[in-house]
Design a protein around this ligand. Sequence first.
Ligand SMILES: Nc1nc2c(ncn2[C@@H]2O[C@H](COP(=O)(O)OP(=O)(O)OP(=O)(O)O)[C@@H](O)[C@H]2O)c(=O)[nH]1
Ligand SMILES: [Mg+2]
Length: 655
Amino acid sequence: MHEHSLEDTKNGNRVAIVGNPNVGKSVIFGLLTGRYATVSNYPGTTVTLTSGSCKAGGEDLWVTDTPGVNTLIPMSEDEVVTRDILLNQAIKLVVQVADAKNPSRGLQISLQLAEMGLPFMLVLNMWDEANSRGIDINVKKLSDAIGITVIPTIGVQRKGIKELRESLTEERYSSLSISYGNLIEDGIKKLEAILPQSRISRRSIALMLLAGDASLKPWLNKNVSPSDVTTIDAIRRDLQNKFYEPLGYVINQIRLKKAEKIVEGVLSRHQKSGSNVTVHIGKWAMHPVWGIPVLLAALFLMYEFVGVLGAQVLVGLLEEGLFGNYINPYMTFIAERFIPDLFFRDLFVGEYGIITMALTYSIALILPIVGTFFIAFGILEDSGYLPRLAIMVHKIFKLMGLHGKAVLPMVLGLGCDTMATFTARVMETRKERVIVTLLLALGVPCSAQLGVILGMLGGVSLTATLVWAFSVILVIFLVGYLSSKVLKGESSDFVFDIPPLRIPVLSNIVFKTLSRTEWYLKEAVPLFIVGTLILFTLDKIGGLEVIERIASPVVVSFLGLPAKATEAFLIGFLRRDYGAAGLFALAQNGQLNPNQVVISLVTITLFVPCVANLLVMIKERGLKTGLAIVAFIFPFAFLVGGVLNFVFNLLGIKL
Ligand SMILES: Nc1nc2c(ncn2[C@@H]2O[C@H](COP(=O)(O)OP(=O)(O)OP(=O)(O)O)[C@@H](O)[C@H]2O)c(=O)[nH]1
Ligand SMILES: [Mg+2]
C-alpha cells in the first residue's frame, strides 16, 4: 500500500500524538498533516491508527494519531494500540495532547512518558474552555517543572498550531521522576535486572508488569525466557501480598498525587467569563426525567430532517423528478436506439438494470436519506449529546449485563454498523465486545437502512412505526439479556467522562459528512451493482422463480408476504439497506399492506447489515465468533418475522 512505502522511508522521523480521550488529538493531527481523521465530541472516536506526513522546519515527519488512553497501562483494546506503538516503534517525538481544563489528568500520562524515557512535548489544548472556566496555567512554570516544551493551543481555532509545528523538531527529555516508596522500588529493581533492553525504559516496563498489565504477555513471551516470566510473576505476587490494595491502584494513586502537586504549583483561578448556558442544557440532557423530553426533541428534529426532508422531499425530487422523468427515460431511449440486443439492453435499463435499479436505488433513494442522516448524526456527535444519552440508558444496559459505555457503539451503529463494530474495542471485556457486536449486527439499523425504513413507515402510520420500533427493541433486549447470561466473563464497572456540550463546528460537520458520503459511494454503490447483477442473472436464467418457489414456505406461508419480497431478502444478504430499498419500491407500488410492511421491515432490520460488517465482525472477533453470529441471526430474523405474523393473525390486528 501507498502508506507502507512512505512509512518505511519515514522510519526515523516518526511522531506519535497521544493523550487522554476526547482532548482534541485528531483535530491537531488534521491541522498538522492536512489529513482528515474523524473528530467527534465523545471519548473513543479514534480506535485505530491514522498516519500522515507533515513538514516542520525543513524536516519531513510522519505523524500518527492514536486512540485516547487514560493510562499507558491499557484496559481495553484501543488502549493497547496506543501503548504498543510506543513500545514497538522507533518514535522520534511524542506529542502529548492534554485538556487544559483538567491538567492533572494529562500529567499522569506525562509522568508515564517521562518514565519510559521517551522525548516528548506537552500540548495544552482547549485553552479557550479552560479560560472560560476561570483556569489559568502558567505555561513557563509548567515547562520548567517537567523539563519539556509546553504549548497552549485552541485546536478548533487553529491557535498555537504554528508554535507547535516549530517545536516538532526539538527533542527534549523530561526531568520528571517519581519515587514509589521502598517496597515498590525494590520490586522495580528486581524486575529491571531481568528485563531486556528495549525502546522504552526497563523501569517503565517493570512498573507496567507490577501494575498487573496482562496485555504485555505477547511482548514478554517474545522477549523474555519462560523461566524469567515465571520469576517475574513470582516477584509481582510477593510484592502484591504486602499491599492491601491492588498494586496497579497503588501505583496510579502515587502518580495522581504527584500530578496534582505539579498542578498546584502552576494553576491559578480567575473570575469566570460569564455563565455557560450549555452547562445547564448538558445537565438536563442527563436527567432521569428531563432527559426524556430532551431525547424526544432530538429524535423529533432528526425525524423532520431525515424522515421528511431526506426521505420524502429529496427522494421525491431525485427519484420521481431526476431519475423518473429524465435519466431513466433518456437512458432507456438511448439503449433502445443503440443496444439492439434485448439481453444487454435489460442489463442497463431493464427491471434489474444497473441504471434503472442499482443507480436509481442508491443515488435517488438511499443517498438523500443517508446524506441527511450523516449531517444530523454529525451534529449530534459533535454536540456531546451522545455520552449524555449513554448515562441515561446505562441502567437499562446494566440489566443486559453491559457497561453503559456500550451505548456509544450502539448509537454509533445508527450511523454505520461496520464502523461501530470497530468501536466495540472501547469495551473492556471480550464478553462485552461480543455482545455489542452481536447486537449491532442483529438489531441496530444503520443510517441508510434506518432512513429507508422510516421513510416507508412514515407513509403507513405512527402505530406501524411504533410496532416496528417496539419489536426491534424488544428483540435487542431479549437477546442482549440472554447472551449476557450465556457468555462467560465479567461486565465492567461504570466510569465515564462526560465532555462539555459544545456548539458543533460547521467545517467539521461538512468534512465528516463529505468523508462519510464518499465512503458510502465507494463501499455501498459497488455492492448495489453486484446485487443487481445477481438478480439480473437469476432472472434471466429463471433462477429467481425457482428461489421464490423454494423460499415460498418461509416468505409466503410463514411471514405472510408476497413472493416478490424474496428478492428484497436476497439482496438484503448483501446489504440490508438495499434490501430495505427493495421493500420500499414494493410498498410504493402498493404490493405490501401495512401489516406486511412491518413484518418485512422487522425481518430485514434483524439481518446482518452488510458484507462489510460481516468482514469486520470476523476481523475483530475472529472467524468462529463471526460465523456463529451470522448462523444465529439469519434463521432468528425469519423466526421473529414469522412470530409477528402469527401474533397479527391471532389477534386480528390490522395496522
Ligand atoms: N472548545 C474547544 N473544542 C475543541 C478544541 N480542540 C478540539 N475540540 C473539540 O473536542 C472534541 C474532541 O476532539 P477530537 O480531536 O475528536 O479528540 P480526540 O482526542 O482525537 O478524541 P479520541 O479520538 O476520542 O481520543 C471535538 O468536538 C472537537 O471539536 C479546542 O481547543 N477547544
Ligand atoms: Mg481522535
